[in-house]
Design a binder for this molecule. Sequence first.
Ligand code: GLC
Length: 719
Amino acid sequence: MDQKQIAGLLNEMTLEEKVAQLLQLTAHLHEGAEDKGQITGPKEEMGVTAEMVNASGSVLGLSGAASIIALQKSYMEKSRLGIPLLFMADVIHGFKTIFPIPLALGCSWDLGVAEKSAEIAAKESAVSGIHVTFAPMVDLVRDPRWGRVMETTGEDPYLNSLFARAFVRGYQGSNLAEDKDRLAACVKHFAAYGAAEGGRDYNTVDMSERQLREYYLPAYKAALEEGCEMVMASFNTVDGIPASGNEKLMRGILRDEWNFDGVLISDWASIREMIAHGAAEDDCEAAYRAIRAGVDIEMMTPCYVRHLPQLIESGRVDEELIDEAVLRVLQLKNKLGLFENPLRGADPNRERELLLCREHRKAAYEAAAKSCVLLKNNGVLPLKPESRVALIGPFADHEDILGWWSCVGEKEDAVKLGPALQERFTGKLSVTAGCGIDSMTAEQLEAATAAAREADVLVLALGEASDMSGEGGSRTDITLPEAQLELVRQLKRLGKPMAAVIFNGRPLDLNGLFDESDAVLEAWFPGTEGGAAVADILTGSVNPSGRLTMSFPQSVGQVPVYYNAFNTGRPMDPSKTGERYVSKYIDSPNEPLLPFGYGLSYTTFDYSGLTVSSDEMSAEQPLTVNVTVTNTGARAGVETVQLYIRDAVGEVVRPLRELKAFERIDLQPGECRTVTFTITEEQLRYHHSDLSFASDPGLFQVFVGPNSRDTLEGAFRLI
Ligand code: GLC
């Protein structure tokens, strides 16, 4: 349909029909749905009536071509104006073929891998009838206590922005109306949900607008610049007002400043939750604040349906606001081609061919292989082919490696580490659990100890259950569960070389494991092909290349700890630990255990010869930075060369490091390559105290290296 036809359709709609387009409910609430909805919510509690359900404009969480075809057809038969349903779901890191969690994908530093994972997720979802995914989640995070750090790509605004763009490209492609294998993307959670106090989910977020704009907003903006069709409001307050009713954030920044005219959806019940926040007296006030803030679709609660008509009749809300919202929803349906073809890409036969097909599994394997991060290795990895290995731990033979947002992925489809290693390892291999995720029996320990005694090398497979992170999965103690630490202690007593693989959804406090192990491989939740990828790394077929995108703290007491911090007026000199009156702890170093950008390889790389093309640069005259990287080891490897800057003096204090560029290079043994980065004046801009976004003349340091800590230095002046 063209814009005129859409406008004409809007004019034909009654007020009730308009408001119904602004309600989204889970599938099982729809009469006639085959109840394949992945997510259910109590109908009664929400006060949702049958007529609301059957009139609502979009459905949350249903998938399956047959189910969606059936529901769409029955809905269209009843729809007076032939306005089709929108089907939306949480396809966060895969649909049926599950990819590594986004925090893992971020550690690949490979934007192509991220885009490919989204493209495949879109393909599997679209053929199953879905139109929109509630992804990418791009919330910047600095607190690993928060369970949803698994869902984002980490602590850096620049890197998160690049990944946000890559995910949007993968989900949406270049022509949503024509390309039936794509989804509309919905960037979330706007805004700054990852800054919840104490890392406690849904908790208060309070920061300066400057901090918000400098660190937390860039990735959302990048997603929208890439053409992302939708935005989801976050649960949290922003400067004292819940995002779902925050006019300054939504109308002021999102709509007016950024010119976003797409659909803004609330999060699950986040409009009604303004009552709990203490920002609305009742559903009616919540509806009033949300529609004025520019929220179009209400997810899971009927504040709009119940109260917008009377708010309009009473003159408190202008019907124009409803028309704007409904028009955006109709335009999205139109962009997806739903008026011409309400079933879009849903196809049961093709669904059977595509879901979990070999090509998709292969892509999931490659993503997992690139997302693992080698955190420590005293030479015990890769495993020597003819050695005797005891694989011990709750994840030795465990299928729970998909992560929290695994959509319709089945754990049974996952390649587990034990069987994968059995297939690949040519030496003698035993596989025992040793303990559960958070429990241990004497028999388990006895069996593990016996297996360990027979082995030359122990490989521990440890970690968190997938529900120990994800939504609602915040932890105050981010160490491994005690039963697993006890297993480590008991096995350590045998004095054998020990490598550990960890499966987890957040940076952990690795006390009790890191020092005790001779090697530590971070596998995150690696997805459907995770066991195969980890096994290939353990046996050396794959050389690990992942680099951390979120710092690992020494302990939870250090949190938040992140690389782009400020120097303070009394920085601690690590060489002078006796100083008291400096910014330090008396019981811990300041530095994280493992910094942003960190990761090892089975080979080694040497950095030399950092040069800056000029001592001065200007807006008209960028400069280049060269560095030579050499593979000084015995096997090929991929190195992620990272460039950071430090603005020595700013109108506001500036971070010790800011990532501004990186390049992944593949080097053969002995090969060296000169990597060249260009620095432009635009990259030096930041938000000043008056929120102006500009660079300042003055001294800049430049750092290049394998991570944010171990770098070669240079300097230049911006004039
Ligand atoms: C959840 C999450 C959000 C998700 C939505 C729909 O509460 O916060 O990320 O997309 O509800 O499931």
